[in-house]
Design a protein around this ligand. Structure first.
Ligand code: ADQ
Length: 462
């Protein structure tokens, strides 16, 4: 069996619990098969030379971790700059927040070249490489230029924007062309594949060959949707474990007279948190029977605080929550509990299970795993209702959720009211179908189908 080599910006010890997202999915893939996980060490070397970094190797069970330090200049241009000030906002349709002027591209290329140069000597001929996410789009092209012939797959965890928005990035053609150095490109949703196809046909004068095969710039690549899942068995076990049960009991006692609505996110502008809070305000204004009853718990953990847009959203959210509590709060009822912290992963299922409504309403999201976790954590006999943004990748799979347009404050409030009033039979029926789909397409299914596609991909001469 070929060895699996995973390359991602951050690397985590797969034996330790990770806080969801990419780390869990990737760690799980490697734990199964063993292999190599390559990425940034998390260390920034002040005044270090650009394009250089010390390599550290560390055996973690079946997995070899190989990590690179980055110089301050490289880190700031590659990570803070191009990844988080260009690609993240644009890929989430936020051209207004992108900063194209600052010359970050040099650092982005430099770090991708550095990754390629340091990775190449660690590779074996029959390795199979799996590159993750927007930080590393040009990695395969850099590796190919250095003579790497192994199969390389790429998975984009965030959405691919429509052609016209992609075209705003000065280096859009270079980025898209780089993708054609892979054998397989994985997207979260069919909509992302459609955006890719439109770009290939209209912007790159390429061709769609059918069966998810595309040709442009003299290369052929497979691009398909592989919606990422969660480890359902692990999350169910977490739900039954003591920490989650204690959390559930505490919440049920504390809020015995209330209906809980729950949001759990990183405090990122893509997650639509202020819009969600405004919709909650609208709910209280238009459906007064929810006053003294409905309570929104919004956990929004700190993230990327050194990027300006994140400070702005924090201030906006604090002022919105303060205003609602001031306007609607009573001595014995606080409408919004906003917590700017991470919740321990083992408590997340207990919190989810206590909530009558799970609010997952991003303005744009690659997938959104919280939506899946919320469903799995529910009591099947008396499940809560998932209110899900139509702009999350998860909406393509989770059709039995109540789908909303998070920009439509009034419409979202009405849907939340519908969720709060949904009869038990309907809740059970919807939950059953959602759980079934989440179970069928779990993280193991995701890993297997992607790696199978990579294994089966026809090799391109280029
Ligand atoms: P993220 O944007 O980080 O991931 P998401 O898919 O929601 O978003 O995953 C977050 C994970 O972190 C979940 O497991 C969740 O439980 C946990 N989490 C989030 N906020 C938390 C908090 N405040 N406290 C505790 N735990 C918290 C990126 C893409 C997504 C894509 C994933 C995986 O942006 O669209 O679904 O990768 O591909």
């Amino acid at each position: 069996m070929p060895r699996l080599v995973v390359i991602s910006n951050r690397v985590a010890d797969p034996r330790k619990p990770a806080a969801g997202g990419l780390a869990v999915a990737v760690g799980e893939s490697l734990q199964q098969s063993g292999g190599l996980w390559f990425g940034w060490s998390g260390t920034i070397v002040e005044d270090g030379p650009t394009g250089e970094g010390e390599l550290h190797k560390h055996q973690a069970g079946k997995v070899m971790l190989a990590t690179l330090d980055l110089s301050r200049e490289d880190h700031d241009a590659y990570y803070l700059g191009y990844s988080n000030n260009v690609l993240w906002p644009v890929f989430h349709d936020r051209l207004d927040l992108a900063n194209f002027e600052a010359g970050y591209i040099g650092g982005y290329r430099r770090v991708n070249q550095l990754f390629a140069r340091k990775l190449l000597p660690l590779l074996r001929d029959d390795d199979i490489l799996w590159v993750h996410d927007y930080h590393l789009i040009p990695l395969a092209a850099e590796l190919r230029a250095m003579g790497c012939r192994q199969r390389i797959g790429f998975f984009l965890h965030i959405p691919l924007p429509p052609q016209i928005i992609m075209a705003a990035i000065p280096q859009h053609e270079w980025l898209m062309r780089s993708l054609f150095a892979y054998d397989v490109i994985g997207f979260q949703a069919n909509q992302d594949v459609q955006h890719f196809e439109r770009y290939v046909l209209n912007e790159a004068n390429g061709e769609s060959l059918g069966h998810d095969m595309f040709r442009a710039w003299g290369n052929t690549v497979r691009a398909s949707a592989f919606p990422i899942g969660i480890d359902v068995d692990e999350f169910e076990a977490l739900t039954q474990a003591k920490d989650a049960r204690d959390m559930y009991t505490t919440m049920k006692d504390e809020y015995s007279k209330r209906r809980l609505l729950l949001g759990i996110d990183r405090l990122d502008y893509s997650k639509g948190i202020p819009q969600r809070v405004r919709a909650f305000r609208e709910l209280l204004a238009h459906y007064p029977e929810n006053r003294r009853s409905a309570t929104l718990i919004q956990i929004a953990s700190p993230t990327r605080e050194d990027v300006n847009a994140y400070g702005d959203i924090r201030r906006e959210l604090e002022s919105l929550c303060g205003a609602i509590n001031g306007d609607y709060g009573e001595l014995d009822w606080m409408p919004v509990r906003y917590i700017h912290r991470m919740v321990a992963r083992k408590r997340v299922p207990g919190l989810c299970r206590a909530a009558a409504v799970g609010l997952v309403t991003p303005l744009r999201d690659g997938m959104n795993l919280v939506a899946k976790e919320y469903v799995v954590a529910q009591d099947p006999e008396d499940p809560g209702v998932l209110v899900l943004s139509r702009f999350a990748g998860a909406a393509e799979q989770l059709k039995e959720a109540l789908l909303v347009n998070p920009y439509d404050t009034h419409g979202t409030a009405e849907t939340v009211q519908q969720a709060l009033q949904m009869p038990l039979e309907e809740r059970r029926a919807r939950h059953k179908k959602l759980l079934q789909r989440i179970r069928e397409q779990d993280v193991h299914w995701w890993r297997k189908t992607f790696l199978q596609a990579l294994n089966d991909a026809p090799r391109d001469a280029g």
